[in-house]
Each structure stands twice: as C-alpha cells, then as structure tokens.
Ligand binder design. Structure first.
Ligand code: ATR
Length: 273
C-alpha cells in the first residue's frame, strides 16, 4: 500500500512541502505520497485519528497546530518538549504519534549556510514570539547567543525569554526595535507582518545579516527594505528545506539532497512574484 505523509495546517495551499518531499520520495524510489492537508484549528485530533486509521506514516505540522500536535502526541523528543511545539509527527508502531521539532535544526542549518560567524556571546534580535520563534530562541541559546526578543504582545516575549532564552535574554516591545538594533549582530524576523503586506522600518544594517523566515511574497517588502538599508538579506527557503530534510530523515532514516530542493523552491518563488 502506498504510504501517506503530508503537511497539516491552515492555510496550507501555498506550502512548498509537497513539492520538496514528493521529489525526494521519487528520487529514493519510495512507495509513498506527500499531500497538503487543510485542517482547521480544533480539528487536529480527529483528523490525526482518521489519518492513522488510513495507515499514515507521518506528518509535518504547521500553523496553527504546532503546540496542539505536541499535546496530542504520545511521545516527544526532549527538544520538542522543551520548545513546547512539534512540527513533525511520526506514527509509533504501538499506535499514536511521536512528536519532533525539526524547525530547530532547520534554522541552525540555514544560519550556518549564511554565515560561518560564531554566534556565541553575540546579541541576536528575534522579532516575534510565536511557535517558530520558540524553536529559534532555543537554538540560539543552545549556541551561546544572547537573544533579545521583541514582540507586539510583550507578555509573550517575556514568557519566551524566561522559558528558553537563558539567563542573559532580554525582551521588550516592537516599539523598541529601531533603537535596539544598534546593539545586535544579526536579526531573525519571525513576524507574520509580511503576510499582511507590512514591514518594519530598519536603520542602516552595515552588512549585518537580516534573516527573514518567510519567503516569496510574504518576505518581499521586508527584505527589499532591509537590502536598501544595507543589510545582508536571507529568506526562509533554506530553513524550509532544512527542516523538511530533517523530517524526511526521521521518517525514512535516509538523508535527502537539499541543494536541488533549495534551487527548485527558489525558482518557483521567483517565478510567482
Ligand atoms: P509562527 O508559529 O510562524 O511564529 P505565530 O505564532 O502566529 O506564527 O506568530 C506570529 C508573530 O507575528 C507573533 O509574534 C505576532 O505577534 P503577537 O504575539 O503579538 O500576536 C506577530 N504579528 C502578527 N501580526 C502582527 C502585526 N500586525 N504587528 C506586529 N506583530 C504581528
């Protein structure tokens, strides 16, 4: 029987994950298919129950289900439990699901591809305090960086700083952003502002890195502005493919080739802009 995998979220229609994974499945000669599955908030548990009955092998989980997925899973890796969110589920042979977080490693792989610079002891500005920011702040802290978390809802930035930011983490409101940027070595943007066609005003970058985890139309206005202000820019395609590769490895114990997937995603994104 053809094995079923997929990405579960709302919205998912524009996800590049089916393209990435189906091409890896074909290259590896695996009898499996990867689909985009639209599931509304509150419907994750019944959907996963139905998919388990269909013999599904595993899923990527995206907005708005990452925290719920961790709660539903029977088992979780220490990293997923610590981050408090899962973006990957693997069916357990005993029934139910194992929760993993590959946003964490996907982010670190993407950051390394951008810069060999060691981030230990560096001040790193993280914009946003949602599910993706949680994985990123944990990754930064593990690497010895000092995160500064700025968010519209300051209480969420505070909670994230206290839970995952290490002893030197700072937090604040987005209003502080422009002034705080002078003290940071790089910026990671996880805000979903770009989906609403908006962007944050930045001072001059001076060749520092501005890493936006969005891509395509959602990242365009912010990255164009950052580039104009002299920032070295990077979108979220490397991270997308990095987390996908880590998920594929969890499901099939086989490491897929990432560069062709990155090139293909970039080509599609450029064509549709
Ligand atoms: P993800 O899991 O990808 O991080 P998310 O949990 O929805 O997605 O987080 C989106 C982030 O964008 C949040 O930090 C959110 O701020 P709040 O915590 O205050 O909601 C931020 N965001 C969304 N729309 C925004 C807007 N119009 N202005 C400023 N920040 C915004």
């Amino acid at each position: 029987m053809t094995a079923l995998l997929g990405v579960i979220g709302d919205p998912v229609v524009h996800s590049l994950s089916p393209l990435i994974h189906n091409s890896w499945l074909r290259s590896a000669g695996l009898d499996a298919v990867y689909e985009a599955l639209q599931v509304a908030r509150g419907d994750l548990q019944p959907s996963l129950d139905a998919l388990e009955r269909r013999g599904a092998l595993g899923f990527n989980i995206t907005l708005p289900h990452k925290q719920e997925a961790l709660k539903i899973a029977q088992k979780a890796t220490p990293i997923a439990a610590k981050i408090g969110a899962a973006n990957t589920l693997k069916r357990l042979s005993t029934g139910g699901w194992q929760a993993e977080n590959t946003d964490y490693s996907g982010f670190l792989t993407a950051l390394k591809a951008q810069s060999e610079q060691d981030i230990a002891s560096k001040n790193v500005l993280v914009l946003g305090a949602g599910g993706a920011a949680r994985a990123i702040v944990h990754a930064l802290t593990e690497k010895g960086a000092y995160p500064l978390i700025l968010n519209r809802t300051v209480d969420k930035a505070k909670a994230l700083a206290k839970e995952l930011g290490g002893p030197d983490a700072r937090y604040g409101s987005l209003e502080a952003c422009y002034d705080e940027i002078a003290s940071v070595s790089l910026i990671i943007n996880t805000l979903s502002l770009g989906h609403q066609g908006k962007y944050l005003d930045l001072p001059r970058g001076g060749e520092r890195l501005f890493f936006d985890i969005s891509y395509g139309a959602a990242a365009k206005a912010q990255l164009t502005h950052a580039s104009t202000m002299g920032w070295r820019i990077c979108d979220g395609i490397d991270m997308l493919v990095g987390q996908a590769a880590a998920s594929f490895e969890i499901w099939f114990e086989s490491v897929p080739e990432t560069q062709p997937a990155i090139d293909r995603c970039r080509h599609i994104v450029e064509k549709t802009q």
